[in-house]
Design a protein around this ligand. Structure first.
Ligand code: PRP
Ligand code: URA
Length: 209
């Protein structure tokens, strides 16, 4: 079964409080999502492989370590996932970025796919699918299905806020996928919104309604 990691670092929890606050405006919301995405990327990349190289310091030759060049792909689920991409790329600028466009049908809450563009070497890359919200889990499951259908084998899912119901749905559908969360909230309301959550992530990022 996939593991679930909750990154309850004080800096992440602090910033998340302001992300949740309905008084936080679009500009600040976007900046905070970007910062939390960077902090989460720092944790999620903990297991990246290293290799030893020689380096000449001003003092002497030394053995030191660099990333061994594992191929990574970041997959934001459009729209709201886009808000997390730059924060991750600040730490891993060599990652390629694919896009999966999904929206939730407002009546059925089921995801509708409208766009997919992935790096050409899908089978050779490890992927991190990113979306601020994991609510019913439908969008995450569908995005991961879409990636697997095209050959992806090693996938992680990273979000800011998750509902327990959604986490269970993703675990059941994709037991090989580890889930990384900044906060695990209480539940979903009748409209499929996370409680307490942050409202509609896409609307808050882009100032739409
Ligand atoms: C939101 C959010 C997730 C999805 C989560 O996107 O960004 O993609 O809902 O809900 P789920 O777990 O129940 O599928 P939305 O469909 O509102 O699209 P948007 O990002 O374009 O606003
Ligand atoms: N999508 C959002 O943007 N917010 C929620 O609470 C649930 C789904």
């Amino acid at each position: 079964m996939g593991k679930v990691f909750v990154f309850d670092h004080p800096l992440i929890q602090h910033k998340l409080t302001y992300i949740r606050d309905k008084k936080t405006g679009t500009k600040e919301f976007r900046e905070l999502v970007d910062e939390v995405a960077s902090l989460m990327a720092f944790e999620i990349t903990r297991d990246l492989p290293l290799e030893e190289v020689d380096v000449e310091t001003p003092v002497c030759m030394a053995k030191s370590k660099v990333l061994s060049g594992k191929k990574l792909g970041i997959i934001p689920i459009l729209r709201a996932g886009l808000g997390m991409v730059d924060g991750i790329l600040k730490l891993i600028p060599a990652a390629k970025v694919g896009h999966i466009g999904l929206y939730r049908d407002p009546e059925t809450l089921t995801p509708v796919e409208y766009y997919v563009k992935l790096p050409s070497d899908v089978e050779e890359r490890d992927f991190i699918v990113v979306d601020p919200m994991l609510a019913t889990g439908g969008s995450a499951v569908e995005a991961i299905n879409s990636l697997k259908k095209r050959g992806a084998k090693n996938i992680k899912f990273m979000c800011l806020i998750a509902a327990p119901e959604g986490v269970e749905v993703v675990k059941k559908a994709h037991p090989d996928v580890d889930i990384y969360i900044a906060a695990l909230d209480e539940n979903l309301n009748d409209h499929g919104y996370i409680v307490p959550g942050l409202g509609d992530a896409g609307d808050r990022l882009y100032g739409t309604k």
